[in-house]
Design a binder for this molecule. Structure first.
Ligand code: GCO
Ligand code: MG
Length: 416
């Protein structure tokens, strides 16, 4: 029984931030969605999909998920890279969505069924100073989060990754405070921020110590260094924060150089998470085989879809490495739903990032997953459980946006 694909549409919309969504429709009317959002580079993936992949999909059998993955990956000749892998991810996710709808089952059932009752998630707290940070942590706890990422301002720096300033804080429709933590600004050129690693390294351990003392030993705390450190600086930070028992320290170095993590690992027992900018299993090979990390940060959206990420996580499992799937607001509800279905099924689930989309984004995608008591659950609708509302999408057209560029105080371009 084949199920030919009739249509593959690339939908680009901006309900407050840009999202690229692939919608595949079969001849007999089944519809699947895939997320292809690459923050700040959205139209590159949209063009890859509409110009190069969509024409290949028409008439193909929607049931052939693995074959299509291999056909698009090997068939391109040019391998890997965030644009290619986000495009393949969108096709793969949409095909899984369709297969589950045909089966009449929520997608996680096709991935092996439930391995747990829900996904523990972490929320996001930040403050320019301790007072703001404590308030933000209390808000997160009040919303039910049971694990919290802590990001802090650094004295002398006007703005820092992950810290909401009053300039980019906004009030959500429900009256609650919402922050956009990866401020891809709607502007013609990127905003520039400045950075001082020594000031950061002096300050962060004092903040984590204060937070640990204020909130007690139980609360899982996470921190993201956002690729800014050298291996030896990262080792120093990991060692300095050991007494505060972090759940993980994320992206300590720009991890193109996997071997850099050896240096970090030999100096600290602080758990390490990495990989939100990776896109294939090859990016993890040394990290896994030498057991240099503890958590995999890739998103379904950026690592070749459910097929790509599941393969990475199976490989991780043999080294006791767990999932910590990327879930910022630039992963759309389609990408997040895919992560939730995968996360509830896999044996080596660790934690799921959850930043909460704006009400406008949820109106566009109408996700069926639910957040309660610090846990996400996928819902029981067939497929991914996400719909795309064309009228809402058309009302919010694409707007050019860039992530910030980071410079050291002397003007040198640094990792953001
Ligand atoms: C995280 C990430 C994000 C990224 C963003 C870039 O840990 O969630 O670091 O905040 O900065 O996804 O687009
Ligand atoms: Mg991160």
């Amino acid at each position: 029984m084949t199920m030919p694909i009739a249509n593959a549409e690339v939908l680009v919309s901006n309900p407050g931030r840009n999202f690229v969504t692939l919608r595949i429709t079969t001849d007999d009317g089944f519809v699947g969605l895939g997320d292809a959002t690459l923050n700040g580079r959205e139209l590159a993936v949209a063009a890859y999909l509409s110009e190069h992949l969509a024409p290949l999909l028409i008439g193909r059998d929607a049931h052939l998920i693995e074959d299509t993955w291999q056909y698009l990956y090997r068939g391109a000749y040019w391998r890997r890279g965030p644009v290619t892998m986000a495009a393949i991810a969108a096709v793969d996710t949409a095909l899984w969505d369709i297969k589950a709808k045909v089966a009449g089952l929520p997608l996680y059932q096709l991935l092996g069924g439930r391995s747990r009752s829900g996904l523990l998630v972490y929320g996001h707290a930040s403050g320019m100073d301790l007072h703001e940070l404590y308030d933000s942590i209390r808000e997160q706890l009040a919303e039910g989060y049971r694990a919290i990422r802590v990001q802090t301002g650094v004295p002398g720096l006007a703005s820092v990754y992950g810290v909401a300033s009053s300039a980019n804080a906004s009030v959500g429709d429900g009256g609650d405070r919402r922050y956009d933590y990866e401020p891809a600004r709607r502007s013609a050129v990127p905003v520039e921020e400045s950075w001082d690693t020594r000031a950061y390294l002096r300050h962060v351990p004092t903040v984590l110590e204060a937070v640990r003392n204020e909130f007690g030993p139980e609360l899982p705390l996470l921190h993201d260094a956002h690729h800014r450190l050298t291996p030896i600086q990262a080792a120093k930070l990991g060692k300095a924060v050991e007494p505060y028992d972090l759940f993980w320290l994320e992206d300590v170095t720009p991890a193109e150089n996997q071997a850099a993590l050896r240096r970090v690992r030999e100096h600290t027992t602080t758990p390490l998470a990495i990989g939100e900018v990776f896109n294939t299993i090859w990016d993890y090979r040394e990290l896994f085989e030498e057991q240099l990390i503890d958590y995999v940060r890739s998103a379904v959206t950026h690592a070749g879809g459910i097929t790509g990420l599941r393969r990475i996580l199976d490989y991780a499992a043999i080294y006791q490495i767990k999932s910590g799937v990327h879930g910022p607001t630039d992963v759309s509800p389609v990408g997040l739903a895919a992560a939730i279905h995968l996360g509830i099924a896999i044996p080596n689930f660790g934690i799921q990032e959850y930043m909460r989309h704006s009400p406008a984004t949820d109106e566009l995608f109408r996700p069926g997953y639910t957040f309660a008591d610090g846990m996400l659950t996928p819902g029981e609708a067939p497929g991914l459980g996400v719909d795309y509302d064309d009228a809402v999408g058309q009302a919010h057209p694409y707007q050019a946006a860039y992530l910030p560029v980071n410079r050291l105080l002397d003007g040198t371009v640094h990792d953001w």
